[in-house]
Design a protein around this ligand. Structure first.
Ligand SMILES: Nc1nc2c(ncn2[C@@H]2O[C@H](COP(=O)(O)OP(=O)(O)OP(=O)(O)O)[C@@H](O)[C@H]2O)c(=O)[nH]1
Ligand SMILES: [Mg+2]
Length: 462
């Protein structure tokens, strides 16, 4: 997959800006750049040292296109691990296009999505999971996802995997050596130490696999469904949380007919709030589609917020408890927050009475924005941020998760083999298989299709 082409792409977002950066990488990067660059002091950039900056002009046949700053990276000391030139030009889209077209005429080819990072991986500058973290880092939009991507990019995750793989590899060679001496019935691999290693690997794999639940949620935002009967103030609550008039609020029951979603970052954790159509029996076709969707959203949500109109609690009577119980029965494992809204309409005695009636109740006034902070706090308590705080490795990538699951399965086979005195040749097969899945994560085992899929999701220019 390594190609000898010299590639070029715009590294900054397309469109006009103060400056734009055009990146060139490949064997001919410096020669090609020097053919269009005239240094103000008459320097020949092919003769300059690596990691130096040069002021000059990009010139197309005597026509000056722009005054630019050129950064030089020679040899393997660059992001891609090959000759790289970065041209910082003025950020007009016209200038960007003119310079890129000129470079294409001079022998560069347009880079594909993620090709700079792919080269970095192929040239051994980073392993596959680190390369993937680059994409996560660019996509991270809150503190938690940023922290995870940063940790992965610095190699936290792959170091752990690579170390275990190394140890396992040692045992694999010893076991395979035993095969050569099959007649003599010798054991080179210390079975007790091996058992200990297998247990340790199993433990680490399980921890990483468990962390995926947390990681996935952090990467994509925790979905929180706001449900309840019509007119209880669900849309008002969504607006209060987001601090903007996102959803239409009215005193007409059945105002929200489709689900409305928006994100909010609380204490570094992304939440995705879903305002739903109020649940009731209705003949209206559109409204009933909305209600059906409400149940789907409840199903998908990580947390359900059940809202009712607390000023109506006397009229509701036992119906309220029945409704709450219904949700609990339907989603027994889902965290449920019970909110009595419109508490601004309650007297102190009514507040006290409601609290004894439903001890876990949170009384708020979405309209007056009272109690919204308490709700945020409660939502945060559902997120297991322990791992995040302790700086433990968290898996967020589905591809890694898949490989970890498969590796665990193989390791458990090895463990079973050890416990049941399985012959070395059969055990060696399971170990090799486990090693294969470890290698898939760090990129020691790859194929073109896998790499193609991973890097296709990158931006062009990264
Ligand atoms: N007094 C008071 N009124 C509120 C409060 N929250 C919402 N309301 C009012 O209740 C009415 C219904 O509010 P919505 O937010 O549209 O209710 P909803 O649950 O989204 O209703 P549907 O979309 O029809 O299911 C509006 O007139 C709001 O102004 C509150 O905390 N106190
Ligand atoms: Mg609504």
């Amino acid at each position: 997959m390594i190609s000898n082409d010299t590639i070029v792409a715009l590294a900054t977002p397309s469109g006009a800006g103060a400056i734009a950066v055009i990146r060139i990488s490949g064997k001919e990067a410096i020669t090609i750049a020097s053919s269009v660059f005239q240094s103000v002091s008459g320097k020949d950039i092919t003769k300059q040292r690596t990691h130096t900056l040069h002021l000059g002009h990009i010139v197309d046949d005597n026509k000056v296109l722009d005054q630019v700053l050129l950064s030089l990276f020679k040899g393997t000391n660059s992001y891609t691990g090959e000759n790289t030139v970065e041209i910082s030009c003025h950020g007009s889209t016209y200038i960007q296009q003119q310079i890129i077209q000129l470079l294409l005429r001079k022998g560069c080819r347009m880079a594909q999505a993620g090709e700079f990072t792919l080269r970095s991986f192929l040239n051994g500058k980073m392993d596959l999971s680190q390369a993937e973290a680059v994409a996560d880092l660019i996509a991270s939009d809150n503190e938690a996802s940023h922290q995870i991507a940063m940790q992965q990019m610095r190699g936290g995750f792959s170091n752990e995997i690579a170390k275990l793989r190394e140890e396992l590899l040692n045992f694999a060679s010893l076991i395979e050596l035993e095969l050569d001496f099959a007649e003599e019935d010798v054991e080179f691999a210390d079975r007790t130490a091996f058992h200990e290693l297998v247990n340790r690997i199993e433990f680490v794999l399980k921890r990483l696999i468990d962390s995926f639940a947390v990681g996935n949620v952090i990467k994509n935002g925790i979905p929180v469904a706001i449900v309840g009967e019509p007119n209880v103030g669900k849309s008002t609550l969504l607006n209060a949380l987001l601090n903007e008039e996102r959803a239409i609020v009215s005193d007409i029951a059945g105002t929200t007919r489709d689900t409305i979603e928006d994100e909010l970052v609380i204490d570094g954790i992304g939440f995705r709030f879903i305002d739903t159509a109020g649940i009731r029996d209705t003949q209206d076709v559109v409204e009933s589609i909305g209600i059906k969707k409400t149940f789907e959203k409840m199903e998908q949500a990580q947390v359900v917020v059940y809202l009712f109109d607390s000023s109506e609690y006397k009229a509701l009577g036992s119906q309220l408890q029945t409704e709450i119980q219904k949700i609990k029965n339907q989603f027994p494992l889902k965290p449920l927050v019970i909110i009595g809204n419109k508490a601004d309409k309650l007297t102190d005695t009514e507040v006290a009475e409601l609290k004894t009636l439903i001890p876990e109740i949170l009384l708020i006034s979405a309209k007056e924005k009272l109690g919204v902070d308490e709700l945020k706090k409660e939502l945060l308590s559902f997120v297991n941020t322990g791992a995040l705080r302790n700086n433990e490795t968290i898996v967020t990538n589905t591809r890694h998760y898949d490989s970890l699951l498969k590796a665990l399965e193989e390791i458990q086979k090895v463990k079973w083999g050890l416990q049941n005195n399985l012959s070395s040749d059969l055990m060696a097969i399971d170990i090799r298989q486990a090693l294969y899945y470890f290698g898939e994560i760090t990129g020691q085992v790859t194929n073109d299709e896998l790499l193609g899929n991973i890097f296709a999701n990158f931006c062009i220019g990264k």
